[in-house]
Design a protein around this ligand. Sequence first.
Ligand SMILES: Nc1ncnc2c1ncn2[C@@H]1O[C@H](COP(=O)(O)OP(=O)(O)OP(=O)(O)O)[C@@H](O)[C@H]1O
Length: 286
Amino acid sequence: MDFLIDIEMKLNTFPLQVRLDSAEMNPGGVIGLLGASGSGKTMTLRCVAGTAVPDRGRIVINGMTFFDSDRKINLRPQLRRVGYLFQNYALFPNMTVRQNIRCGILGAAQQERRIEAGKKQLDQENGRDTPRKKYRKCALYTSNQQREKGISEIIERMHLEGLEDRRPSELSGGQQQRCALARILVGNPQIVLLDEPFSALDEYLRDELLEETMSVLSERHIPVFFVTHSRQEARAACTDLAIIHNGTVQETGKAGDIFRHPRTAWGRILTGTEGRKDLDFQSLIK
Ligand SMILES: Nc1ncnc2c1ncn2[C@@H]1O[C@H](COP(=O)(O)OP(=O)(O)OP(=O)(O)O)[C@@H](O)[C@H]1O
């Protein structure tokens, strides 16, 4: 897992100044961002996804530069191969489960083709005569048959069998979230961003879906940034934690270590340790 998020951005309230470097953190698979409401967690994820643009800094994920203000690089969101799952599942309401998931593949395949076309254009501009076969063909499901097989596999893995022809309005909240996750995973993202994806679900379903989601993601070795307001979720799912307060990272470390021995005041407040259990956590965290 290889990432650098080192960004600055002026917000309404305070400046966002986030630095998360895998070389310093040596993280496992799931990095939790824990912070009070309005502390800048979502904005950080949006900068990674490319739907918000930092004023300065760099974002490099798995060797690919998404953003670099010095080098004037700002990769379009469609080219970043980021799977972004949030609370409102953003499924297409007029499409069935299968059609929604198919969109995930088609979108990702289109991204791959754009990346290769971009490389080709750059080579031409630089007068390089690169043989055609050097450009990668779209690796994602090259035939329709293969594509439908990929969709069926993910439908089975996410327990959506029998629901393929239903529209989102005919699904429960949990099923909609499973469908949204299937749509992301079928596109083979290089990083997954989870922004409180289960907070609208009841407690039982939340635990079940959390476990399932983490198991699917760890099978595929996809790095995950996970914004949650729940200590329980952070404990259950995260290998590593970043404590964020007013747009600044207060401390990072292994989740277990931070829950046992938080080093900063906000670490103590947000993990509810060391005599600060009296603080009303819910008033601090949405
Ligand atoms: N487009 C924007 N421009 C400037 N400031 C913004 C913008 N969007 C949000 N903000 C501000 O940035 C701050 C951080 O917001 P953000 O949504 O990242 O918080 P959060 O930690 O995810 O909170 P929550 O848990 O409530 O979702 C807030 O104070 C918000 O008002």
